[in-house]
Design a protein around this ligand. Structure first.
Ligand code: MG
Length: 387
């Protein structure tokens, strides 16, 4: 198998999309960008379309597009809304789809891409958390490969290559611990939005930066890992590693642990997926171990960061409780960013939502989407109660 040439980037204007374009920019002869999409950033999309000569453009929120078609080259094909993104995912010349839309707006387009046998380079973690069972089943049935872009899962994917899955004992996800690792419980009460948006190591979008600060992110990643690698969640550990050099590890049954390391920059896992099964030949230096000196590891504080224990409970449910967790967290993060609730109330909203509603029985894709919609409603009600 050769690496992919003809690709679509869903979420091209976001943080991951920008990193994808950086990798492609330095490897122009290897990739054709057939399509790009964004939610509302039409001007930015137009710039990308010109630079990469992209013929197919998807815009989720059609209202933001009105009167802006002159920004694009004549002959550009436009795709609007969820249905439009699904059509984009079907384009026959496309071999791989990069899914980097925040939230679950990418769920249906991902499913359609799988049905049309496109390789999926998956960055949106909400998709597997919400509907992992059905996404993975569909991909398996059609022999479609899902390559994980998320740094931890890409690390595990690399550690597993060439190893028989039956010898895997545990997966060890690393976490930077976020900006509040050393805060006391009392300090946690008064965290401001600006503080939470300032991540010590990673430069990412807003939603994921807050998720990283609450460590909800690591909760979501436990679910992702369970589906991607078919490992029971009780065999998935989390360890805090503030330097973010080791991106995750696999412990095998003979006691050996394999770790993947690279600098904390999303371009590394992205390039790993884009070039799979080959590798990018990068000139720039990677890690200087002598300069790095030490790498540290700590147990996570699950009392200060309750999301991780909450999601482990959700994983035991036969309902779509993980979808509810994800949806409630989305509402809570939004409320925190708009100063309606405190930082410590983010996890409270999630657990209170789950007290009321654990989701529909996990029967099909529709049941996942329904659980998300209902959970949004319940969580919004709980947020209102705080004001
Ligand atoms: Mg991650």
């Amino acid at each position: 198998m050769r690496m992919f040439r003809n690709i679509i980037i869903f979420g091209a204007t976001g943080s991951i999309g920008t990193s994808v374009l950086n990798v492609i920019r330095r490897n122009r002869s290897n990739f054709n960008v057939i399509g790009i999409s964004a939610n509302t950033s039409v001007e930015k999309l137009a710039q990308i379309a010109h630079e990469f000569n992209v013929q197919n453009v998807g815009i989720f929120d059609e209202h933001t597009f009105a009167g802006k078609d002159s920004l694009f080259k004549r002959g550009t094909q436009f795709f609007f809304g969820e249905n439009g993104l699904c059509e984009l995912a079907k384009l026959s010349e496309v071999t791989a789809v990069i899914m980097a839309i925040v939230g679950i707006a990418g769920l249906r387009p991902t499913m359609v891409a799988i049905e049309n046998k496109k390789t999926i380079l998956l960055a949106s973690k909400e998709i597997l958390v919400t509907a992992g069972k059905f996404i993975i089943e569909s991909a398996k049935q059609r022999n479609v490969r899902i390559l994980p872009v998320d740094s931890e899962h890409n690390a595990i994917f690399q550690c597993l290559r060439g190893n028989d899955g039956s010898f895997v004992d545990r997966l060890i996800l690393t976490a930077s611990g976020g900006p509040f690792r050393n805060f006391s419980h009392r300090d946690m009460e008064n965290i401001t939005v600006a503080q939470a948006l300032h991540h010590p190591v990673w430069n990412m979008g807003k939603k994921i930066t807050i998720d990283s600060a609450t460590m909800a992110n690591k909760g979501l990643e436990i679910v992702e890992a369970k589906w991607l690698f078919n490992v029971p969640s009780d065999n998935i550990d989390v360890v805090v590693h503030p330097e973010s050099i080791v991106h995750s590890m696999v412990k095998f049954c003979d006691g050996s642990v394999i770790a993947q390391m690279c600098p904390p920059n999303m371009e590394y896992p992205i390039a790993n997926c884009l070039f799979f099964p080959e590798r990018e030949r990068l000139e720039k230096p990677s890690i200087n171990f002598a300069e790095q000196g030490s790498l540290n590891f700590f147990a996570p504080d699950v009392v200060k960061f309750p999301h991780m224990s909450i999601i482990r409970q959700c994983l035991k449910s036969s309902n779509n409780a993980c979808a509810v967790f994800q949806a409630a967290n989305e509402v809570a993060v939004d409320a925190f960013l708009s100063h309606r609730i405190k930082f410590t109330q983010i996890s409270e909203v999630v657990s209170k939502t789950l007290d009321v509603y654990t989701g529909e029985p996990m029967t099909n894709l529709k049941s996942c989407e329904e659980s998300v919609i209902k959970a949004h409603g319940v969580a919004r009600g709980i947020v209102q109660g705080y004001n």
